[in-house]
Design a protein around this ligand. Structure first.
Ligand code: CA
Length: 230
């Protein structure tokens, strides 16, 4: 990517914003900082922005509400900044349209790494192809077949659909509830146990194909994701 990428920071605490602006500018990004959603919207209306870093607790409006509106007309990647652990549950909610989140306090370096990862994921087909080549999972959706480290996996319908979903966005955390709603046609009452059971059998089959790596990451009290780095 030769051209400079533009990042919009929406954060009302100057000390936090300063650190982020400095870290991202050091990495060569063009950075705009605004403290309210109204001002942030002004930036988005005036120019193209490649990624938004969005605080949840803002003075004029919740970052959640603003993001929901933003999603009606824009696919710009969004990384949420959350101050409270109870916000994380909502951040991983698909309906909010966030691409990732960071819980405060965090290091600017950590955020910079996330920004780059999200931009890579959002980038054009050339980068996507490179990532495919790097991933040991090949999914043939029409045939419902998965090749994992060169071995064909024999998966049940729900195991396949769960892995297919996780593999679309490695690193992205899905709650059990989201997995239940996105993978099962008729969500069941005992959803947590059902999801856990299928994760367990999926893991076991993948372990047989390649014993050294656990491809599925458990996020305690939240849910699951596919590992991002192999
Ligand atoms: Ca705030």
């Amino acid at each position: 990517m030769g051209m400079t990428q533009t990042i919009l920071i929406v954060e009302d605490e100057p000390a936090i914003a300063d650190n982020i602006v400095y870290a991202l500018e050091t990495e060569g990004f063009q950075v705009h900082w605004r403290a309210t959603t109204v001002e942030a919207q002004g930036v988005l209306d005036a120019q193209s922005v490649h990624l938004v870093v969005l605080d949840v607790g803002l003075p004029d409006r919740s970052g959640f509400d603003w993001c929901r509106d933003l999603r009606k007309h824009s696919n710009v990647p969004v990384i949420f900044l959350t101050a409270r652990s109870d916000e994380i549950d909502r951040v991983v909610g698909l309906e909010l349209g966030g691409d990732d989140y960071m819980a405060k306090p965090f290091s600017p370096r950590e955020l910079t790494a996330r920004v780059k990862a999200v931009l890579r994921r959002a980038a054009g087909p050339s980068t996507a192809a490179e990532e495919c080549a790097a991933s040991p999972i090949q999914i043939d959706a029409p045939r419902m077949k998965v090749i994992y480290f060169g071995n064909a996996l024999d998966l049940s319908r729900y195991e396949f659909r769960m892995l297919e979903l996780l593999a679309k966005r490695p690193g992205r955390v899905y709650t059990r509830e989201q997995l239940m709603h996105l993978v099962w046609e008729a969500p069941e009452a005992s959803m947590e146990r059902t999801v856990d059971t299928h994760i367990k059998t999926l893991r076991a089959k993948m372990r047989v194909a390649h014993p050294e790596i656990d491809p599925i990451v458990t996020h305690r009290g939240v849910g699951y994701s596919l590992r991002e780095v192999w």
